[in-house]
Each structure stands twice: as C-alpha cells, then as structure tokens.
Design a protein. Structure first.
Lengths: 162, 134
C-alpha cells in the first residue's frame, strides 16, 4: 500500500492535475487522475467539439472550467437546481459539464481521483454508446487495482466530502 | 507522470473563465431568490416573453449571454448586475504553486467557440450580482 504522494511520484500511476488559478486564488481541493483519464485528456479531449447541448464553451474550455471550480474550492452544487458533482452509487462520483463526464471517486474529503473521461453525448439517447453502469464498474475496477493506502475511498454525502 | 498542468491559450482562458463566472453568479442569484420565494423558470420566461427553454439554457450556463440578456434575466428575478473592469497589474500573475514544473505538460489550444445568442429588450433594478472578473 502506498500514499497518494507516492503514487503520484515520478514513477507512480497517478497524475496530480492542476490548473492555473489566477491572482489571489489558492487551491482548496485537489484532483488526481488515473492513466485512463489522462489518456482521455491527451488523446480524446482535443478532438471533441461541442455536442447536442450546443454549449457556449468548447469541451476543452469546459474542462478548464470544472477543474478550476473544483480546485479553487467554489460551489459545485447549488441546492437541488444545479449539480455539477453527482454521486453514482458504490461511492463513485461524476463531475459534469455540458459535454464532459469526469468519473471518479473521493479518496478523502476534497480529494477527487478521476478514473476516466467521457463525452456526455455518448451516454445519452435511446441507445447510448456507453452506459453509466459500465462507468461505475470501471471506477471500481480502477479503484481496486490501485495500490492506495486504505481506505481507498471516503463514503459520505456532498456536504461532508466537498 | 507526477504533474499535469491543464492550460489553454490565454485568450480562451479569459473568455471561458468570464463565461463561467457569469453563469455561476446567475445560478447563485436564482437559487438565493428561490430560497426566499417560489419562482419557476416558466414565470421567468413569461416575464421575459421567451420560451422556458431559453431561460433554462441561460441558467444552466449553456449560452454565451449578451450583456442585455444578463441584465434582463437578472431583472426578471429581481436582481441586477454590477460591472467593473480594471487594468491587469504586473502582480496579477499565477500562483507559484500552479506554475508548471519541468516534468509537466500542456494541452494544445482548443478550437474557438461558435455559440451566440439573440439579444432581447429592456432591464430593471433589484438585488445585484457582481460580474467582475477576479
């Protein structure tokens, strides 16, 4: 078993993801990523264009926006009305933008480990290309495979974890 | 791979960040107002004389809102925008902690956004939200 710091070290499987926060803003939360998520960021994300919702921001800008919100500690959920961070069951969580799905789990409060990256339109429609159930299974597989110090995830609700 | 700095070109960053800020302020205003009184998106749509889906897209942050539509949407819920600008000072750099390290890498610049929104008439006074890029 290894610490998050060790696993995100030079030869570790995890990547510590950061985003320029700007003047007078300090990081309040952190995000680490599994290799599959990083593959999605490097290979898939640059090719994606705005999907069915025709959002004003490109998927690449949406990624910056959601990372900035998470890391800078701003609200991810406004009561019942606007939720950009949702539980998926089995202690898996999903960060959402118009076109992106960041699947992962809470290692500790305010520490999100991103497991994989999805394109939102792939999960929509009568016959979606990908399913949320598969995404959850994938999170659990990645979580179990990671040689993290126990407990590998923190259970709880939004207010306790964020 | 110890560190990844997700960075876009500066022009995309400032534009996208301001859109996000405005969207968050609109959502905060609506949620705050909903806590005080029962107000539906349908009622807001009727006040603005637009379809409910237009109101929904505005509050969901899907639209590249015009200055006019920001003012009108806030007016419809009894709020108003406050707008300030300032010169970027030399001290307004990034945090040391968020600067890329030697072994980090960056993403290539994204394609430009294309979405736009049709402007609408009139505005009013009430509570306010600050639309200042911090």
């Amino acid at each position: 078993m290894a610490t998050l710091i060790t696993l995100s070290g030079p030869d570790g499987p995890l990547t510590h993801v950061q985003v320029p926060l700007g003047n007078r803003v300090q990081p309040q939360r952190s995000l680490y990523a599994c290799p599959e998520f990083m593959l999605g960021v490097r290979d898939d994300l640059p090719k994606w264009v705005t999907g069915k919702l025709n959002a004003a921001q490109t998927p690449q800008e949406q990624m910056r926006s959601i990372l900035h919100r998470w890391i800078s500690g701003r609200e991810m959920v406004w009561e019942q009305h606007f939720k950009d961070l949702m539980p998926m069951g089995t202690e898996a969580w999903e960060m959402k933008t118009a076109d992106l799905r960041l699947f992962g789990w809470m290692y500790r409060p305010r520490v999100f480990i991103a497991s994989s990256l999805g394109y939102a339109d792939d999960y929509k429609g009568y016959k979606p290309k990908r399913s949320y159930n598969d995404a959850v299974q994938h999170i659990m597989t990645n979580r179990n495979a990671l040689d993290l110090d126990l407990p590998k995830f923190t259970p709880g609700v939004y207010d306790a974890l964020v | 791979m110890p560190l990844f700095e997700y960075e876009l070109d500066k022009k995309s960053e400032v534009g996208s960040d301001f859109i996000s800020r405005v969207n968050e302020e609109l959502q905060r205003a609506l949620v705050t107002e909903k806590q005080e009184r029962k107000i539906t998106q349908q009622e807001i749509a009727e006040i603005l004389d637009v379809n409910r889906s237009v109101v929904n897209r505005r509050f969901m942050g899907l639209e590249n809102l015009t200055v006019r539509s920001i003012a009108e949407t806030l007016w419809a819920i009894g709020w108003e925008p406050l707008f300030k600008v300032r010169k970027i000072s030399p001290q307004d750099g990034e945090n040391e902690q968020s600067k890329p390290k030697e072994n980090s890498f960056k993403l290539a610049p994204p394609p430009s956004p294309t979405s736009s929104e049709k402007p609408l008439p009139a505005s009013g006074l009430g509570k306010s939200v600050l639309l200042e890029q911090l």
